[in-house]
Design a protein around this ligand. Structure first.
Ligand code: HEM
Length: 547
């Protein structure tokens, strides 16, 4: 940066300093509150300090961040063209690993001349990202959902929790997260999750080879989502529901189509906004979304009628047996907000958990010693054959297995954010509103952070044994907590994390109690990205009954 530019940067920075500080205060990040936030003092966000450091060379300018070549008008597009391109947009892991190897721990990708993405691989930078995301963590994804919903004001009050940002997102999150994030609330479901999981194992898992376990577990999770969301049985794994035109089959298919359309529209910003009827992704999304919405509206109408009936019998009744009922019992809530939230739960809860569990079954079936340990935990936790209500906290080993599998095979490459303030990452100035992507999956496979990073070793998650501790100070250890965050981190963490963990814990405990698993599929399980990473080959496993 020339001296002139730097001086004018300092001048403008001084003018906006008060604004920056007030936005920091508004973001509720008082530097003296927690050890993590104390680090803010050290890195500093105020533009004057950054500008001064830019001038002295202590901080390097944004345009010096290394990255792949970008062409005028086309940006980095040619690098991703089939056959001639050097990278593959659909192979996230390979591409972002190559970026790391070629350019280092921070990479600037000028996707087109006016839009840069900054990929970060260093845990300290990831921590900076989460510290400075503020009260309203911003992410630019799922925008197509917002367009669809805002065009239907009779059904939706806003774009919904998945695409919204700012105060609109905050209001939804504050109102609707309690029934999903409170341990006591989640414990209510343990008995029914257990019963449905047992039913699923009776119906769908028999000794012998199962050609694709992904297809099977998708149905279990559909059933568990309808249980938790509506307290309604869809019988998703019954023979009748296996038909492609059944409600559960259509719901699962619609959610997958929507995810696919979200990914396509995230990548191509223009057509679906300007001429939606010419965009195939938009047209497909409209049809699929309308179906998910139809199911949500049907369930809401049913629940309202049911509540009227039970409230008439017992006017004091304030309990609820499902998320939907808890939402309907909230005061001052627009029914259209509830509709949006229910649709987002149906969308958010389908491919994510299915894919995570599919990889988990693959990892387990290759590690009989891990299965044996889960079996032992299962026996210990169910002396009378029933799981305790606080199984999610007590199943420590099974929890480690889940963490380890999600470290190696998370559903997303990382987390995207747009920060409201300027920051410094890896010594470079990152102006506010830059699109940042934390490359957690790649970082989790680097030997400087995880010993033997490609090995599946749940034991590494035992207390403080998960990272390479030697020679690391408190500050480094703290930031490394941001490395493996499959459900994200901070206030925008997956809203259904606890429910998803409970569902997976119960399945693993029950499955390993009954069966031994052996991998019978392809030698290598890769991934294809359809918004979330999915195995690129069937999860083929042989099940043998335990004696
Ligand atoms: C293993 C399973 C799952 C994983 C790994 C996972 C992961 C994630 C991640 C990484 C995010 C993005 C957070 C961010 O941008 O910081 C997210 C958000 C979300 N997830 Fe999950 N998820 C899972 C299961 C579920 C389930 C079962 C549901 C619903 C029943 C769900 C509903 C949502 C919703 C509604 C959001 C948006 C939250 C917001 O923006 O405030 N997820 N999830």
């Amino acid at each position: 940066m020339s001296l002139l530019k730097a001086t004018s940067f300092i001048r403008t920075s001084k003018c906006i300093l008060s604004r920056t500080l007030s936005s920091t205060q508004q973001a509720n990040v008082d530097p003296s509150r927690t050890p993590e936030q104390k680090l803010m003092k050290k890195w500093g966000t105020d533009n004057v300090r950054i500008a001064e450091k830019l001038e002295t060379g202590e901080v390097k300018p944004f345009n010096k961040i290394p990255g792949p070549r970008s062409f005028s008008f086309l940006g980095t597009k040619p690098l991703f063209w089939k056959i001639v391109g050097k990278y593959d947009r659909d192979q996230h892991m390979d591409t972002y690993f190559k970026f790391y190897k070629e350019f280092g721990q921070i990479v600037r990708e000028d996707v087109h001349p006016k839009h840069s993405l900054v990929h970060i691989y260093n845990p300290a930078d990831m921590q900076t990202m989460f510290i400075y995301e503020g009260t309203y963590p911003q992410r630019y994804s799922h925008m197509v959902l917002e367009k669809y919903r805002l065009e239907k004001p009779q059904v939706y009050a806003s774009g919904g929790i998945l695409p919204s940002n700012g105060p609109a997102w905050y209001a939804l999150r504050k109102k609707f997260q309690k029934s999903l994030q409170d341990y006591k609330e989640v414990e209510k479901y343990v008995e029914r999750v257990e019963q449905i999981t047992e039913e699923f194992l009776d119906a769908r898992i028999q000794p012998g080879i199962i050609e694709d376990c992904s297809q099977e577990v998708a149905r279990l999770f559909m059933e568990l989502t309808s249980l938790v969301a509506f307290d309604e049985r869809f019988y998703a794994f019954s023979e009748a529901e296996m038909r492609p035109d059944s409600r559960s089959s259509r719901l699962m298919e619609s959610a997958s189509i929507i995810n696919c359309c979200i990914m396509k529209t995230n990548q191509n910003h223009i057509l679906w906004r300007v001429l939606p009827q010419l965009s195939r992704a938009w047209r497909e999304l409209v049809v699929a979304h309308a179906y998910v919405e139809e199911v949500a509206l049907e369930q809401i109408a049913k629940k309202i009628a049911y509540m009227k009936e039970i409230d008439a019998k017992n006017p004091e009744n304030r309990t609820h047996t499902s998320i939907l009922e808890s939402y309907l019992r909230l005061k001052d809530t627009d029914i259209r907000e509830i509709t949006g939230m229910i649709v987002d739960l149906l969308l958010g809860g389908s491919d994510t958990i299915t894919s995570s569990t599919s990889y988990m079954l693959h990892n387990l079936s290759k590690h009989p010693e891990v299965q044996d340990k889960i079996y032992e935990e299962s026996v210990r936790l169910q002396p009378d054959g029933k799981l305790p209500h606080d199984v999610a906290q007590k199943a420590t080993y099974t929890n480690q297995v889940i963490r380890e599998s999600l470290r190696i095979n998370p559903v997303a490459i990382g987390i995207g954010r747009v920060l409201p303030v300027d920051v410094v990452m890896s010594g470079y100035h990152i102006p506010k509103f830059t699109h940042i992507v934390s490359q957690n999956q790649v970082a989790c496979q680097l030997p400087q952070y995880f010993e033997d990073p490609l090995a599946f070793k749940p034991e590494r998650w035992e207390k403080r044994r998960f990272f390479r501790n030697e020679g690391r100070n408190e500050e480094q250890l703290l930031s490394e907590k941001c490395l493996s965050i499959p459900f994200s981190h901070g206030s925008r963490v997956c809203v259904a994390k606890k429910i998803a963990e409970l569902d997976m814990i119960v399945l693993l405990l029950k499955l390993c109690r009954r069966y031994k698993m052996e991998w019978k599929g392809a030698p290598k399980v890769g991934m294809r990205t359809v918004l979330v990473h999915q195995p690129d080959t069937p999860i083929r496993i042989k099940f043998t009954e335990r004696k």
